[in-house]
Ligand binder design. Structure first.
Ligand SMILES: [Zn+2]
Length: 349
């Protein structure tokens, strides 16, 4: 009996050893056939905090390596489209800014605006590429993404103040405080959107982010609305078309962001291409290009009127204002990153 038990134990040991070898060979084969970004996962296989609403497949590993993140943008994952829809436009904005660099002081606010366009689209594409490095990296990447949007809001305000500001508002308190209030709004938007990531409730998170981005957007666009209502119809017909197109694209982008359409209707059907976040990016970029065209047209229209000394202050310091907001945003993000680290450490202890 005892001998039989020893033989049995030995057999089961050899069987386990043989199975282990087979499994490890199988794993090796599987790994060698995986693309350079590593295997992709179904929504049930990854932690809940990495889930995207109504997206069922194409997830990367939540602890990918740096190189896997870089290679992943060349494979069909559910983030590939999100990366390219902001990375390619950032290259286009770099090309535009290079063309405008040699121009005079008058175009400085436009350069500041283009710098904001580059930074926001680049920050977003990098965030989408690297947020699967770790849970901590996921938060930091989205802090940076929010910072980019805040920079874009101040870049727009600088350009509007310089080229799209109605004469009737020029010497009013609004004219005087427009830019300082826009700076405050941009910084408050970074602060509250970063703060939203500390909220447990999903609805509070989304509400905080919507308020943090929509209020500065509406405030920054106030002079444009007055400008469109008061400007000479024949003179501003072309820029009016681009300004209205910009509003239309932003409205569609906000609707898609909140509704999660079309994937809400057919979960799993739009996992790789065509989900709401990609269309949200495309609409955002089309809106930005329309806004850029409108500003360029208004810039040429206004050039003859720019003899007013109050304008010069904004013209000369527009790039500096952008850089100051960039530094303040980095400080806000740094503080939130430290707070996050402390909170995660507390959770793990
Ligand atoms: Zn995005």
């Amino acid at each position: 009996m005892a001998t039989r038990m020893v033989i049995g134990a030995k057999t089961s040991y050899h069987f386990r050893l043989m199975m282990k070898k087979i499994i490890s060979c199988k794993s090796f084969e599987m790994i060698s056939t995986y693309p350079l970004n590593g295997p992709l996962y179904h929504v049930d296989q990854i932690p809940a905090e990495f889930h995207e609403s109504f997206i069922l497949s194409g997830y990367r590993h939540p602890k990918s390596t740096f190189l896997q993140c870089v290679f992943s943008v060349f494979y069909r994952t559910n983030e590939t489209g999100n990366f390219w829809t902001h990375f390619l436009p950032s290259c286009y904005f770099i090309y535009v800014i290079c063309e405008k660099l040699s121009e005079d002081d008058y175009s400085l606010p436009f350069l500041a605006y283009l710098l904001a366009c580059i930074l926001f689209s680049l920050a977003s594409s990098m965030a989408h590429m690297f947020f699967v490095l770790s849970d901590y990296a996921r938060h930091i990447c989205f802090f940076i993404d929010y910072g980019g949007l805040s920079l874009f809001s101040i870049g727009s305000a600088i350009a509007y103040r310089a080229y799209v500001f109605p004469e009737v508002l020029e010497r009013t308190w609004f004219g005087y405080w427009y830019l300082p209030m826009a700076i405050f709004g941009a910084l408050a938007s970074t602060f509250f959107s970063c703060l939203s990531r500390f909220k447990k409730d999903c609805h509070t998170q989304q509400l905080l982010r919507i308020v943090a981005f929509s209020l500065p957007y509406l405030f920054d666009n106030l002079p444009v609305m007055v400008w469109l209502a008061l400007c000479d119809f024949k003179q501003c017909l072309q820029s009016k078309f681009y300004h209205i197109t910009q509003f239309m694209f932003c409205f569609i982008a906000a609707f898609l962001y909140m509704s999660h359409l079309p994937e809400r209707l057919q979960p799993g059907r739009f996992d790789i291409w065509g989900h709401s976040h990609q269309i949200f990016h495309v609409c955002g970029i089309l809106g930005t290009i329309s806004q850029m065209k409108a500003i360029e047209i208004d810039m040429d229209l206004q050039k003859a009127n720019i003899i007013k000394p109050c304008y010069y202050m904004y013209f000369h310091y527009s790039v500096e204002i952008m850089c100051a907001v960039l530094i303040l945003n980095i400080i806000i993000i740094f503080i939130f990153s430290c707070m996050l680290k402390i909170e995660m450490k507390k959770k793990n202890d």
